[in-house]
Design a protein around this ligand. Structure first.
Ligand code: ADP
Ligand code: MG
Length: 670
């Protein structure tokens, strides 16, 4: 294929496979890091830049231990050490001295590009191990005199997945460079009228300028544009979905079902719940579509409120779809909802990934012919093959875990269906109005009575032992504990970071204090049936400790669990910690949350955490979280994809956002 044809073929949505050197394994690692397309790669920005305009003589390298410097010289020895601990060693010399360059990952790959006699510009961190070394440095061949050498080098974040697939700085740089060299079609998000008015560079120039700047001067200006564009896209999505909702809906009433349901419950609904239900029934009865966000602190009893709302659809002979973000939560919701539906004379179906094709087909047929009245499901429900006969209400639990696009695709299933979104990351009203400008909001302010706040403690390393004893004591009287480790992702700059993965933690636990405890372990690599099995064992009490990644963050309800241990608590946003803590303290028993912190945690973070220990109001915590988070750290929101903001800060940029919304209203009309 000629270069012209390649260039004409690729666009933002092209898969990474078009890039030379991107094999299957690497593509998978990139996907696990959230990079699936050319566009994703272009939005994977350097976390910092390395200025290579200063070249240090090798004789001075020893003065820069632990710092990144650039040197230049000739390779005089190359040695490949074979075996399980294969290494590539090379010696670089200049007129003043020498330094050893060392690779221990991707040895095959690098050995092809480093040869005796090569003239190289080398950038890396200097370390000292008998003599001066650079481990996995960046190298660039100095070809002929006058050939262009980029003096400012991007430095990209490298996730653990990338690392495992030997994706290093160099590959990220060459891949991004390749894309910028070959990509000719850039999506035009901002109308050119605005581009001119605001005096922005084109998207192409901005992206090139952020990845390979000629000087560091223009960086802020480029970021400014991308920030504007981000907010513009967000405002556009909101505006489009708002327009969709100015449509007539069906009028539905719950009849006698709510009263029957109330009598079945072992407890009384709280006043807050009753108030919310009331509002939702008014929505259901109104001739417009319901488009509402139900928010409330974790444990405030949203599930039940949403279920009550669904009775309006059921009583009117219409279908209900209930979406959950994870298999575990879908299963749990299904079990719960089914136990409520059956006595009311209805049944439910569960649709999620990994179910047998013939069962899936039966459910799909039932959904299409209307015999399935209530379906609980995961992302599987978004598929176009899912066609409803007549759907009255779509409920989306933990809606921030879904993308705006997915939400829209659900809305398109039936243009008259009511929409109820639930959010367990409560956010302050003012912010809610900015973010969810297209939604009506109902808030459950108080949690059911009789809950004792979860006692929360920071546990420094030296107190780990006594914490473990405490947990063992509580387990001996039948209580259960969650043990959460952070999702594994790290920057390559801290290679010996103390973050504990799930497997390492399991080993530590079983070989230490919890050697005779029944432990279940729940993480993303398990398939659905395995996940359910692990969960089931914890629910029925055959395991007492559940080791998990943040999978459990989402909505899981285990009333007998009284202890939540969070490893590397400093790695989590406060809102996320609050979610996790909300998994315990769900009955009237005293519950505990232990925040384990690593030794090198900074005082600022410790202060935040100790503030968190004292605060139990989810709204307040969300506010704390939003106001003191650093740039780039977008706790929860970032992963959610809902508000995938890399440059904008929804709090700080609220005024700009408003302005942009006005611009859009001018274009589309409100
Ligand atoms: P969330 O709002 O976090 O989704 P859930 O709906 O999972 O909370 O409810 C948390 C727990 O509170 C559940 O075990 C539920 O059965 C219980 N619950 C809900 N409403 C009440 C109530 N009015 N009184 C007592 N317990 C309740
Ligand atoms: Mg919930």
């Amino acid at each position: 294929m000629t270069r012209r044809t390649i260039d004409a073929m690729i666009d933002f949505l092209s898969p990474l496979g078009v890039i030379p050197g991107m094999g299957e394994k690497r593509i998978r690692a990139m996907a696990e890091s959230g990079i699936e397309t050319i566009g994703d790669l272009l939005y994977w920005f350097p976390s910092r830049y390395i200025d290579r305009s200063v070249v240090t003589p090798l004789s001075e390298a020893a003065d820069f231990i632990d710092q990144i410097i650039t040197v230049s010289g000739i390779i005089d020895i190359v040695r490949i050490e074979k075996g399980s601990r294969g290494r590539l060693r090379a010696n670089l010399i200049d007129e003043t001295g020498s330094i050893e360059l060392l690779w221990f990952q991707g040895v095959q790959f690098f050995s092809k590009s480093i040869h005796k006699g090569d003239k190289l510009l080398v950038t890396g961190k200097v370390s000292k191990y008998n003599h001066c070394q650079m481990v996995h440095p960046m190298t660039e061949a100095i070809k002929s005199k006058g050939a262009e050498i980029r003096s400012i080098l991007p430095h990209y974040p490298v996730t653990i997945y990338m690392k495992e697939a030997s994706i290093q700085q160099k590959l990220l740089i060459t891949s991004t460079k390749w894309v910028l060299d070959h990509l000719t079609h850039y999506p035009q998000v901002l109308p050119s009228r605005l581009e001119i008015k605001l005096n922005f560079h084109s998207l192409q120039e901005c992206l090139a300028g952020l990845h390979f700047p000629r000087s560091l001067e223009n960086i802020d200006r480029h970021k400014e544009r991308l920030k504007y564009e981000e907010l513009y896209k967000l405002a556009l999505t909101l505006c489009l979905s708002r327009k969709k909702f100015k449509l007539p809906g069906r009028q539905m009433t719950p009849g006698l079902l709510p009263d029957t349901m109330r009598k079945m419950l072992p407890f009384k609904l709280t006043g807050e719940q009753e108030k919310a239900i009331d509002i939702l029934y008014k929505d259901a009865l109104a001739p417009q579509r319901m488009h509402r966000l139900l928010q409330g602190d974790v444990g405030s009893g949203k599930t039940l409120v949403a279920f009550f709302a669904s009775l309006a659809a059921l009583n009117s002979g219409l279908q209900v779809a209930w979406l959950a973000p994870t298999d575990v939560l879908a299963r749990q919701t299904f079990d719960l909802v089914e136990s409520w539906l059956v006595p009311l004379g209805f049944s439910a179906s569960l649709l999620k990934g990994g179910i047998a094709p013939h069962i899936k087909q039966t459910i799909l047929t039932g959904i299409a012919d209307g015999s399935v009245k209530f379906v609980v499901g995961t992302h599987a429900l978004f598929q176009p093959s899912v066609k409803f006969s007549s759907i009255g209400m779509i409920i989306i639990d933990e809606q921030h875990k879904f993308g705006a696009q997915q939400r829209l695709s659900m809305q398109e299933k039936d243009i008259a269906s009511d929409f109820l979104l639930m959010s367990a990351t409560p956010i302050p009203q003012t912010l809610a109005r900015t973010l969810y400008g297209d939604l009506d909001i109902v808030t459950i302010d108080k949690s059911p009575q009789g809950r004792i706040p979860v006692s929360t403690f920071i546990v420094p390393e030296y107190k780990r032992g006594s914490m473990e004893q405490f947990i063992l004591d509580h387990m001996s009287i039948g209580e259960q504990a969650f043990y959460v480790v952070p999702r594994i992702e790290q920057d390559d700059s801290d290679t010996d970071s103390p973050v504990k993965g799930i497997e390492a933690t399991l080993k530590t636990l079983t070989s230490g204090a919890f050697s005779s405890t029944a432990i279940g372990s729940l993480h993303g690599q398990l398939d659905n049936t395995q996940k359910e099995e692990v969960m089931q064992k914890f629910v029925n009490g055959s395991t007492s400790l559940l080791l998990a990644t943040t999978v459990v963050e989402v909505g899981v309800n285990i009333p007998d669990a009284t202890i939540m241990v969070i490893e590397n608590a400093e790695r989590f946003g406060l809102a996320q910690l609050h979610q996790l803590r909300g998994r315990v303290g769900r009955n009237s028993q005293k519950s505990f949350c232990f925040l384990l912190t690593s030794e090198n945690v900074d005082p600022e973070t410790l202060k935040k955490l100790s503030e968190f220990c004292k605060t139990h109001d989810g709204f307040k915590i969300a506010e704390m979280d939003l106001s003191n988070r650093g740039p780039g750290e977008i706790n929860g929101f970032r992963q959610s994809g809902w508000y995938n903001l890399q440059f904008a800060d929804i709090l700080k940029d609220a005024a700009l956002f408003k302005e942009i919304k006005k611009e859009i209203d001018c274009i589309i009309g409100s």
